[in-house]
Structure formats: C-alpha cells, structure tokens
Design a protein around this ligand. Structure first.
Ligand SMILES: *Cc1c(COP(=O)(O)O)cnc(C)c1O
Length: 445
C-alpha cells in the first residue's frame, strides 16, 4: 500500500497510517509518502517518539526552539494569556501583548528601525517587506521602482512574492515561470572572511544595481548566513559594499533575518556584525521560541514616511490573525528569557565545540567542506543525499538524534541550552551518518 519504510524499532500507528494516506508534509509527494516518526511530546532538547524513544533535536525545529521545548516560562506566558484572550482582531483594536512585543523589538534592534508590522509567518513578513519597499517608492511618484535584486542560493519563503526572490533553481522557478515576477539575481557571495576581500567579489552585484536602479525598489538578502538555499556563510564586507551601493543608487535594503535573528550567529542580529543597518528587517522563526507561528517586519522612519508620502499611504496588508495576543505574549517572554540568559556564552560554547568536533570530518572522503558559524554547523558533501533518503531518516533516529539532511548537507543548529554531552551525541551521529553513507551499510534499514 504505502511505499515508506519504517526503521527497525519504529512503532507503527494508526496516526502514521492515516498520515501516509492523506497528509502533505513539507515538500513531499503523495505518491511516495515520506518516512515519518510520530512525536508524542518534547522537553528540553529531547523529542519523545510514540515508541518511547527519546531523540536529541539538532534542528531546533527549523531554527526556532532556541530555549528548548516545553519551557516552564513560555508555557506560563501562554497559559496566562489564554485566560485573558487568545485572540482578537487587530483591525481597529489593539492590546498589551502586541504593544509590548513591538516595544521590545524596537528596543533590541537598531534605533533607526521604528515601525513594526506583525505578520503570521516568515514568508508573510517577506511579502510585507516587499510591499513596503514598492509602496515607499510608488507613493513618492517613483512608479517604475518595482523590481528586486537578490542573491543566488537565497531562501525567503514559499509564498509567491517570497518565492520570486528564492534561488531560481532551488526555488523551482521554471514551474511557476508564468506567474512569478521576474527579479534580478546576483551571484552568491564568495568571500567568507573580510581579510580575503577583493573588489571583484561585488562586481556583478554592482553591475546589476547600476544598470537597473531606476526599476529597483529594494535589495533583499539574508545577512552573513544563507539558510535553506544552501547553508552558505559569507563576510560582513560584502554587506557593507551592498549598503553603500544601495545608498548610492537609491535602492532600499531588506535584511531577511528570519533564520539568523535572536542570537543564532553569535550576535542578537547578524547585521550587528557588519556595522550597517537595513531599511527593512524581517524576523520570524525563533521569535516565539518555537511555540507559535509569528513574524515581524520592521522598518525605518524613512521607509514609513515614504509609504505615507501620497497622503493616504495605506500599507496594503492585514492578515486575520495579525498580532495574535497568544503568540505575542509568548514572543515577549521568549525575548525576555533570551536576554536574561547567558546566550552569548551558550552560542560561543556551541560554536567552539562544533568547530572542534566537525573539523574531524573535514578529511572524510565524502566531505567537501565543514562550515561553522555561531550555533550552526554544516557538513557539506560532494554529492546530493537524495538517493539515501529512503533509509537515512530511520538510520539517524536510530542514532538517538533528530537531524534532517538536505540536498548535499548534513547540518545542525541546536537549541542554545544544549549540554556539551548532548551536542557530542549529535556530532558523533554525524560521523556515523557519514560512515553509513560511505560504506552503504544500509541493508537493515
Ligand atoms: C524559514 C525562512 C523564511 C520563511 O519563513 P516561514 O515561517 O517558513 O514562512 C524566510 N526567510 C528565511 C531566511 C527563512 O529561513
């Protein structure tokens, strides 16, 4: 009936059976349902499966659960808010959780960022950022500035506007060619360290912005770390150059810090390592500590004034669940928790151990490169892992860990609270995964 295979110890369940027959998961096919494990609860850095096994989470549920799961303070914040009101519309009404969150976001970001749009997911916050940029110019009579310039290997979300600035190959633009707006793509940045900077690294970007600035509303990119589009790291100098070119050619700069925000790269926001600030900033993922879907788009006074320049200046967006009080309350508590914690040291300690542990795999015959930045560790292989994906997820769970290889990469970005021993379990598992792929010990799986 179904094509997926279980790992040896995995317990079949009615949920798994129904799921395989009826439910889509991220990027899956109904013709080949993916191997799934059923999670029944989670606490700290551990997920508990329906067969009683506990596995250590190396993914932070896609960058989000920075404090770990089932945190008493986040639970309490949700419960407190639940007893007051879990939701109320944001049109014509406001409430304390939204005001507190906006105040906090303005507080912890650069002084120039003064306005907050609360969006319901990262992709939506990118849509809002794009609308802000286009409206900013439109309202000032610059009606031709409607395109975007971005980088190859970028990832900005799955909705149409966001997808149109994702890497054209990874983002499968060809399938949607007729409906996607056509934006401009500069090569992915090549320079990993400022010390190696050469002006030629920005040459193509410079050529594109100088040729097209009259039709460009904004540049959008992920600062320092390109996430789902390739887990690539690049140097601050590239971003300083981009900022200068945006200023020179009158183009707004949008930073998508949905993945990098809230400490992941070693500073609260990645832009802090560059000495420059974007005009528009997208935040999401770790915003609620992984409890709920919530995102935010911040912008400067200049951007907001531009949008309002034609008198009416209405920002054309307003989702049903905008500013959801439950999500805002948890977000406020998550940020408090982060700021009260020793997160700089936690991230630094994780970074040091990742550098040490993963460098052992640098010389492995399958490995092209090991990359570490903050609490992010990437082992990039010479070949895509697609052929292994029928047995690899089961094998990985059998190592007591939750890691999700992707294209050519085995990568982890654990919760900041992870202990050294648990991190060792993760990095050791990566070594076992490499060996298993290498020797093709796959028969049992
Ligand atoms: C995850 C991600 C998004 C999309 O966020 P969703 O909440 O999945 O819509 C956008 N940009 C970056 C950099 C991301 O990592």
């Amino acid at each position: 009936m179904s094509h997926y295979c279980y790992d040896r110890r995995m317990k079949k369940s009615a949920n798994l059976e129904f799921d395989a027959a009826h439910i889509w998961h991220p990027y899956t096919s109904v013709a080949h349902p993916p191997l799934l494990h059923e999670v029944v609860s989670a606490s700290g850095v551990r997920l508990t499966l329906n067969d009683g096994r506990e596995i250590i989470d190396g993914m932070s549920s896609w960058w989000s659960t920075i404090h770990g799961y089932n945190h008493p303070r986040l639970n309490q914040a949700a419960k407190n808010q639940l007893d007051k009101m879990s939701h109320v519309m944001f049109g014509g009404l406001t409430h304390e959780p939204a005001v507190s969150l906006a105040r906090k976001l303005i507080d912890i970001t650069d002084d120039s960022l003064q306005y907050v749009f609360l969006a319901d997911s990262g992709s939506v916050s990118v849509e809002v950022a794009i609308k802000m940029a286009i409206q900013h110019w439109f309202a000032q009579g610059e009606t031709k500035k409607q395109r975007l310039l971005t980088l190859r290997n970028g990832y900005h979300g799955d909705t149409f506007g966001a997808m149109s600035v994702c890497d054209p190959v990874n983002g499968m633009h060809s399938m949607f060619e007729q409906v996607l707006p056509k934006h401009l793509f500069a090569p992915a940045p090549q320079c990993e360290r400022d010390e190696d900077w050469q002006d030629e690294y920005i040459a193509e970007f410079r050529a594109l912005i100088s040729a097209h600035h009259h039709e460009l509303a904004a540049v959008i990119l992920e600062p320092l770390v390109q996430g789902a589009g390739g887990m690539r790291l690049y140097c601050p100098e590239y971003l300083r150059q981009v900022r200068a070119l945006c200023d020179e050619f009158n183009v707004l700069l949008i930073f998508d810090e949905i993945a990098t925000g809230f400490g992941r790269t070693g500073t609260l926001f990645a832009y802090e390592q560059t000495g420059i600030v974007p005009d528009i900033l997208c935040l999401g993922k770790a915003l609620t500590g992984g409890y709920m879907s919530l995102a935010a788009t911040l912008c400067s006074q200049k951007v907001a004034d531009g949008i309002a320049a034609d008198g009416s200046g209405v920002l054309m967006h307003g989702p049903t669940f905008m500013g959801n009080p439950l999500a805002c309350s948890v977000a406020v508590e998550s940020i408090n928790l982060l700021l009260e914690s020793d997160w700089q040291n936690q991230v630094k300690t994780i970074e040091r151990q990742l550098q040490q542990d993963l460098s052992a795999y640098d010389s492995h015959p399958l490995v092209k490169e090991v990359r570490v930045k903050g609490a992010i560790g990437v082992v990039d292989l010479n070949q895509p892992l697609d052929d292994c994906m029928d047995w690899l997820p089961g094998f990985i769970v059998d190592q007591g860990v939750w890691i999700r290889p992707f294209r050519t990469m085995i990568y982890i970005m654990p919760p900041y609270i992870i202990s050294s021993d648990d991190l060792t379990t993760l990095t050791t598992a990566i070594g076992r995964i490499l060996e298993a792929i290498h020797t093709q010990q796959v028969t049992e799986y």
